[in-house]
Ligand binder design. Structure first.
Ligand SMILES: *[C@@H]1O[C@H](CO)[C@@H](O)[C@H](O)[C@H]1NC(C)=O
Ligand SMILES: *[C@@H]1O[C@H](CO)[C@@H](O)[C@H](O)[C@H]1NC(C)=O
Ligand SMILES: *[C@@H]1O[C@H](CO)[C@@H](O)[C@H](O)[C@H]1NC(C)=O
Ligand SMILES: *[C@@H]1O[C@H](CO)[C@@H](O)[C@H](O)[C@H]1NC(C)=O
Ligand SMILES: *[C@@H]1O[C@H](CO)[C@@H](O)[C@H](O)[C@H]1NC(C)=O
Length: 421
């Protein structure tokens, strides 16, 4: 193939080159003598003697490839934050792939409390993350139920949350809807059919960066081996939120599980059978991870950023810019316009959509709206359970119902958290 001097042709040639590289690398990773370029790179990194067997057919991976992990907890604003990354044209985003692992483990062993089970589950989580970061999506087939046939599945969890999985080359059916600005969630399940994981792996390789959101890893320390893996350039965005807001949001989203809490909220009296353990461990894990980050251990240098959801909600564009700077990516205009559309309720959205995980709402107004939705008695109990977490992350406690409802004073300390360097 000849590339002419014309800029346009150069561009076309370059992009064909990238695609060829992507497909070539994928082929290598499936059948090559070196088990994939990442493997070769790692060998080379560790011991140059390993280089020669890999020379044949080995294309080096661009060192600029970034592996982003949005590390969060349920109802902490992670869907919204994930969408900030999903909007970038160079990012391959996956929404909670660990769901499938947890499902597979939960049915094979009744309890995960046992230390061995927990260790095995965390190991499986890390294995899946590593394989996804190297764009080997077929590794997920081990966990997806029902088992994919010919690398095709209709059961990929929240596939429509990933723009890459709803657009070419993975899906060719929704060009019209996509260009008219409708959110993927509305049309993707109808128009895209079952997911071809081979195509998804190719799409992953053709995008320069990978971002994964998870709420299933308990502590940042559980990710240590991934931060130390020479094949990865991991950037952890640790998203936290006021646990009082998390609880209020869970009460609405998982209404059935929170019946006792709602009775408590309505009556002001704590029922005997209310389960405090879930929110307590959320607080414990959040504080343990933030404390680890604040200690700035060697293995987190350059790899950890603490983000409070409230800061993102109060100041979406600035905070998103910080996040993009931390992961080393340019903030594109399409990210900016997505922010404008999704953080301001007075900007009309392209179509009305009502979704449990909806990210479209007025972010400023909702960040502290829990203060009008939780009874003071619950708030006081939570403040006792999560005292250390609130202190560490800069969430002020209230001493009375009046103080709780007085929205003229924010309960979020105006703190800035710098990336761990
Ligand atoms: C796990 O078991 C439950 C009930 O026994 C079932 O409804 C569910 O589909 C199973 N999940 C998986 C991933 O097999
Ligand atoms: C999935 O995509 C690959 C790559 O384009 C193709 O070779 C394969 O036939 C597809 N699988 C199915 C079942 O359509
Ligand atoms: C929201 O959009 C409206 C209408 O475009 C604009 O007047 C207002 O300033 C915006 N608010 C924020 C906080 O950006
Ligand atoms: C808690 O009770 C208040 C009324 O006191 C109500 O407005 C609010 O919706 C309730 N919150 C939840 C999460 O059910
Ligand atoms: C909360 O923690 C702070 C600092 O760790 C401590 O001074 C305070 O006594 C604690 N309050 C409660 C109610 O436990």
């Amino acid at each position: 193939m000849e590339c002419s001097w014309k800029a346009v042709l150069l561009l076309v040639c370059a992009s064909l080159g990238v695609q060829y590289t992507a497909i070539r690398t994928l082929k290598d990773s499936l059948s090559g003598p070196c088990q994939g370029a990442f493997h070769c790179q790692a060998r080379q990194h560790r011991d140059s003697r390993w280089r020669s067997p890999c020379d044949d057919g080995w294309l080096p991976i661009k060192s600029s490839r970034t592996h982003i992990l949005l590390f969060a907890t349920t109802r902490s604003g992670s869907s919204f934050t994930g969408q900030l990354l999903n909007q970038h044209s160079g990012v391959f985003y996956v929404f909670e792939p660990l769901y499938h692992v947890q499902q597979a483990f939960t049915n094979s062993s009744s309890r995960l409390r046992h230390a061995m089970d927990r260790r095995a589950l965390l190991g499986a989580y890390r294995d899946l993350l590593l394989n996804l970061y190297t764009c080997d999506l077929s590794f997920m087939e081990n966990y997806i139920r029902p088992e994919p046939q010919d690398h095709v599945t209709g059961a990929f969890f929240r596939r429509s949350s990933s723009h890459a999985l709803c657009s070419a080359p993975v899906c060719l059916g929704g060009e019209e809807e996509s260009s008219s600005g409708q959110p993927d969630e509305i049309w993707c399940p109808k128009k895209c059919g079952a997911l071809n994981l081979t195509l998804a792996s190719m799409s992953c390789l053709s995008r320069g960066h990978m971002a994964i959101k998870t709420v299933r890893v308990p502590e940042v320390a559980d990710l240590r081996t991934l931060t130390e893996d020479p094949r990865l350039d991991l950037r952890i965005i640790h998203l936290v939120r006021d646990p009082r807001a998390i609880l209020a949001s869970r009460m609405v989203a998982f209404s059935d599980q929170f019946r006792a809490w709602k009775i408590w909220n309505a009556t002001g009296r704590q029922p005997r059978y209310v389960d405090l353990s879930q929110i307590t461990s959320t607080c414990k894990d959040m504080a343990a991870s933030a404390a680890t980050g604040l200690r700035k251990p060697m293995w987190l240098r350059g790899r950890y950023l603490l983000v409070r959801y409230e800061d993102l909600a109060f100041n979406p564009e600035d905070k998103a810019t910080e996040i993009y700077r931390f992961v080393g990516l340019e903030m594109e205009d399409r990210v900016r316009s997505w922010i404008a559309q999704n953080t301001n309720s007075s900007v009309s959205s392209p179509s009305e959509w009502n979704y449990r995980y909806s990210t479209s709402r007025d972010s400023r107004a909702t960040a502290e709206s829990w203060r009008l939705r939780l009874g003071f008695d619950i708030v006081r109990t939570l403040q006792n359970l999560c005292n250390d977490t609130l202190v560490l992350l800069g969430y002020k406690q209230v001493q009375s119902a009046a103080e709780l409802r007085d929205m003229s004073h924010s309960l979020v300390e105006p703190w800035t958290f710098q990336p761990v360097l």
